[in-house]
Design a binder for this molecule. Structure first.
Ligand code: ATP
Ligand code: MG
Length: 434
C-alpha cells in the first residue's frame, strides 16, 4: 500500500473539492491563533495545509499546530481553490498524522533560507538533500542517465559491467587504491578502459558501461573526487571522428531530455537550460597552443599538457562545448592510436566545457606489435598487461571510444560550483563518511 494519493506538485486549483492524501515533511508551521498553516513538502513541491479548528477538532488542531519542523506527516483532506494561497490552492485536512517526529534542533535548515557551509551540508547529507535545489540536481542526474541509456539503446550499444577489483593499473600509474584480496594484492580500477577494449576483441562490437572509477590522487579541486562515475563507450569499426560525433549527440541529447522532462527541477534551480547546438567546434591541440600564445601570451611548448590557465582562456574565448583533438602522442596513454603518416600526433581527443574537461577519448591501437611497442615507449612492462594483450593476438577489430564524467556533465549543465554538489555522498581526500 502506498500511503499518498498525490504529490503536492500534482495538485492545482482545478482539483477543487477533490479528496487527497499527501505525505512528506513539515516544511514550515505558522500559527495565527484560531487558524494555523502547515506547509507540507514532498519531492515535487510544497502544499499549504490550512488547519481549521472546526474541521479537525480541538485536540487534533492542538497537536497539528505543534508539529516540529521536518517531522514526517500524512495529511488527508480536500483541495480548495484559494487565490491567496501560494499555488492557488490549499488543503483543508480532516486528518493530520505525524508518522515520525523530527528531533530539535535540526542539523541544518532545509528551507534554504539560511546559507550553510559545504562541510556541514555533507555531514548531514540526508537533511541537505531535503532542500529542493539540492534534490533537483540529483533528479536531473537520473534523467541524464535515462537519456544516455536510451541513446545507447537506439544505437544498439550493449550495456556491460566490468570488474572494479583488478590486478593491474590501466595506465601503469601509481594513482591506485590498493586493497587486500585474500593472499594477493589488488586495486580498485581507475577506468574500465582495458576491459571494454577486450570486449571489442570478444566481438561485442559496441558496449557501454556506467560505473565507478577510483583515482587515488590527492586532489583538492572543485572538479576532482577520488570516486567518480564514468560513462564509458567503446565501438568497433569506428574511428576517433565517429565516436566524437556519438559523444556530442549523447551530450546534446541529455540536455534536450532534461530541458523537456525536468521543468520543475530546472525551475527550482532557477535555470533556463540552453541545449548546445551541434556540431561542437573542433580545435586541434596545435591550434589551441597558437591561440593561447597569441592572445594570452602563454608559454607552452608543443608536447606540454594544456595548463589550467590555457584551458580557462580557451573556454572563455570559445564560450561553448568544444573538442580538443590531435594531441601529441607523448602525452596521451599508450592505447591511443598515432596517425600513420605523422606518428608524433595521435587520434586522441578531449571534450571540453568552457569550465573543464568532460571526457577523453580516442581511436585505439588495435595492432598487437604496435601496442606492445607503445607500452614499452611509455616505460611500462608488457608482461603486466598480458591479460589485455592476449585479446589483440587473435583478431582485434579497429575501435574507438571515450569516457565521460557523469558528475562533470551534470555540474556544468546545472552551473553547480563544486562537483560535490553533483555527487550524493562524495569521496575526497578528507571525506570517507557518510
Ligand atoms: P583531469 O585531467 O580533469 O584530471 P583526466 O584526463 O585525468 O581528467 P580521464 O582519465 O581522461 O581524466 O577520465 C575521463 C573522464 O572521467 C574525465 O574527462 C572526467 O570527466 C572524469 N574524471 C576523471 N577523473 C576524475 C576525478 N578524479 N573526479 C571526477 N571526474 C573524473
Ligand atoms: Mg582526460
Amino acid at each position: 500500500m502506498i500511503l499518498r494519493t498525490h504529490y503536492s506538485g500534482d495538485i492545482n486549483a482545478e482539483m477543487d473539492g477533490k479528496e487527497v492524501t499527501l505525505a512528506g515533511f513539515a516544511h514550515e508551521t505558522r500559527d495565527l491563533g484560531g487558524i494555523a498553516f502547515l506547509v507540507l513538502r514532498d519531492r515535487k513541491g510544497l502544499a499549504q495545509i490550512t488547519l481549521v479548528k472546526k474541521l479537525l477538532g480541538k485536540e487534533a488542531f492542538k497537536s497539528a499546530r505543534s508539529i516540529s519542523r521536518e517531522s514526517v506527516v500524512l495529511v488527508k483532506g480536500t483541495v480548495k481553490a484559494e487565490p491567496k494561497a501560494p499555488r492557488g490552492f490549499e488543503i483543508l485536512p480532516g486528518e493530520v498524522q505525524v508518522l515520525n517526529p523530527a528531533q530539535v534542533p535540526l542539523p541544518l535548515d532545509p528551507t534554504e533560507k539560511v546559507e550553510c557551509e559545504l562541510d556541514t551540508r555533507l555531514d548531514a547529507r540526508f537533511m541537505d538533500i531535503r532542500r529542493p535545489s539540492v534534490l533537483a540536481a540529483f533528479e536531473i542526474e537520473s534523467a541524464v542517465l535515462e537519456s544516455l541509456r536510451g541513446f545507447f539503446r537506439e544505437n544498439a550499444v550493449t550495456e556491460v559491467f566490468t570488474p572494479k577489483i583488478v590486478a593491474a593499473a590501466t595506465e601503469g600509474g601509481t594513482d591506485l587504491f590498493p586493497i587486500s584480496y585474500f593472499e594477493k594484492e589488488a586495486f580498485l580500477n581507475q577506468s574500465p578502459q582495458l576491459y571494454k577494449q577486450m570486449l571489442m576483441g570478444a566481438g561485442m562490437d559496441r558496449v557501454f558501461e556506467i560505473g565507478p572509477i577510483f583515482r587515488a590522487e590527492e586532489h583538492d579541486t572543485r572538479r576532482h573526487l577520488n570516486e567518480a562515475v564514468s560513462i564509458d563507450l567503446e565501438v568497433s569499426f569506428a574511428d576517433d571522428k565517429a565516436v566524437m560525433e556519438i559523444l556530442e549527440q549523447a551530450v546534446a541529447g541529455a540536455y534536450r531530455h532534461v530541458a523537456e522532462n525536468c521543468r520543475y527541477q530546472l525551475e527550482v534551480l532557477g535555470l533556463d537550460l540552453k541545449v548546445p547546438s551541434l556540431p561542437f567546434r573542433r580545435i586541434t591541440y596545435s591550434e589551441a597552443l597558437g591561440l593561447a600564445a597569441d592572445k594570452a601570451g602563454a608559454k607552452m611548448q608543443w608536447g606540454d599538457d594544456l595548463d589550467t590557465e590555457t584551458e580557462r582562456f580557451l573556454g572563455q574565448s570559445i564560450g561553448e562545448h568544444y573538442f580538443l583533438t590531435d594531441w601529441p602522442s607523448s602525452i596521451k596513454p599508450y592505447y591511443t592510436l598515432p596517425y600513420e603518416d605523422h606518428p608524433e600526433v595521435c587520434r586522441g581527443f578531449d571534450l571540453m566545457h568552457p569550465r573543464m574537461e568532460l571526457a577523453s577519448g580516442a581511436q585505439r591501437v588495435h595492432d598487437y606489435e604496435q601496442l606492445v611497442g607503445r607500452i614499452k615507449e611509455k616505460g611500462l612492462d608488457p608482461d603486466g598487461f598480458e591479460f589485455y594483450l592476449k585479446a589483440f593476438r587473435y583478431g582485434m577489430p579497429p575501435h574507438a571510444g571515450w569516457g565521460l564524467g557523469l558528475s562533470r556533465l551534470v555540474m556544468t549543465m546545472l552551473n553547480l560550483e563544486n562537483i560535490r554538489d553533483a555527487v550524493i555522498f562524495p569521496r575526497d581526500r578528507k571525506r570517507l563518511v557518510p
